[in-house]
Design a protein around this ligand. Sequence first.
Ligand SMILES: [Zn+2]
Length: 235
Amino acid sequence: MLKDLHILQDLQKIDLVIDSFQNNKEEFPKLIEQFNQRLGEEKHKIEVKKQALLELEKKKKGLELDLSDKEEKIKKSEEKMMLVKSNEEYQAMKKEIEMARAQNSFLEEQILEVMLQLDEVKNALNIFEQEMSNSTKVIEAQKKKVEDDLSHLDELLMGKKGERETLLKDLSKESLSAYNRLRTKKALAVTETRNGKCVGCSMSLPPQFYNEIQKCDTLRFCPSCQRILIYTPTT
Ligand SMILES: [Zn+2]
């Protein structure tokens, strides 16, 4: 078999790996950015829920202050009531105190309701934080893997480029330039033939031409997709 055909096949394998490395070099920083964004979003979701909890606690405190304020006033009114001389005045104050007490029991109900809401929100927040910490761990692990891969890419690229250089030493200039010309147009410059067809474009090759390809003695190109054809025996 023509040595160049072998080399071209290997060269293409290496070039495809180099392509994917180069693609990763562009894509990985974008991926990392996406991971960071997702982590930020998860954090934000927790912040929003914590804020709701704070608001409820504030509401509860406000109601409690209001209640103790009103209780204090009732106490004072009761003391004053003891000193009142006329019955009319006494009845009026008594009514006032009863109203204040009714208002207070309404306040107490509100406080209870807020406390129940607080319990609910706290429980939900606990579950949510647990879920978030799990998904955050997954995202962080994914991010770390991409960062690690990215940090090794240059090294891997250098290795593959070295392998490429070694291969090129034994490749003829004509074969290389045919390969390069095709590679600028298509990802695959070299393709196999199988059962009388070009694997690159699936076209059936003329039988006479297919017989010639089997000789593997020179570069032959697919009449349809122009790729360099390599004969693969049917197994
Ligand atoms: Zn073809």
